[in-house]
Design a protein around this ligand. Structure first.
Ligand SMILES: Cc1cc2nc3c(=O)[nH]c(=O)nc-3n(C[C@H](O)[C@H](O)[C@H](O)COP(=O)(O)O)c2cc1C
Length: 123
C-alpha cells in the first residue's frame, strides 16, 4: 500500500476486531515515530504501548465520554509530550506540532502495515 492509498484508506474505525499485538508491530510503530521530523530532531514525543488486558481495562476509565468503542481495542497507545522537550522559537512552542506529526506517522504505519478496515486493522 503506497502513501496515497494509506491516506485514503485510513479512517477512525470505531468497530474493532481483536488483533495479535507482536513486538515486531510495536517496533515498527516506534520506528516510524523515530523517523518523524522534529525541531532540532528533539523528538519530544513519548509513546506507551499498552496491550496487557489488565492495563487496557484500567485505561478504559481514562477515556472521555463517547469513547466506549475503545474497550474492543487490542492496544492503546498513550501519547505524551512536554513543552520543555522541544523548541520554543519567537514565542512559539513546537512540542504539540512535532508530537502530532509523530502520532500521524504511527497511525499511517499501523494502517499501511496490513489494514483496510475494522475487520483486518492491526490497531
Ligand atoms: C485531535 C483529535 C481528537 C479526536 N478525538 C476523538 C474522540 O475522542 N473519539 C473519537 O471517536 N474520535 C476522535 N477523533 C476522530 C475524529 O472524529 C475523526 O478523525 C473524524 O470524524 C473524521 O473521520 P475519519 O478520521 O474517519 O476521516 C479525534 C480526532 C482528532 C484529530
Amino acid at each position: 500500500m503506497n502513501v496515497k492509498q494509506t491516506i485514503q484508506a485510513r479512517r477512525a474505525y470505531r468497530s474493532l476486531e481483536p488483533v495479535e499485538i507482536t513486538q515486531e508491530l510495536i517496533r515498527d510503530l516506534a520506528e516510524s515515530a523515530g523517523l518523524t521530523p522534529s525541531c532540532f530532531n528533539n523528538q519530544p514525543w513519548r509513546f506507551v504501548f499498552a496491550h496487557d488486558p489488565e492495563v487496557l481495562r484500567k485505561l478504559h476509565g481514562a477515556m472521555s465520554r463517547g469513547n466506549d468503542w475503545v474497550q474492543a481495542a487490542s492496544m492503546i497507545i498513550a501519547v505524551f509530550s512536554r513543552e520543555d522537550l522541544d523548541c520554543r522559537i519567537k514565542g512559539r512552542n513546537y512540542y504539540l506540532f512535532d508530537t502530532g506529526m509523530a502520532t500521524a506517522f504511527i497511525i499511517f504505519e499501523g494502517h499501511g502495515a496490513g489494514t483496510g478496515g475494522p475487520s483486518d486493522s492491526r490497531i
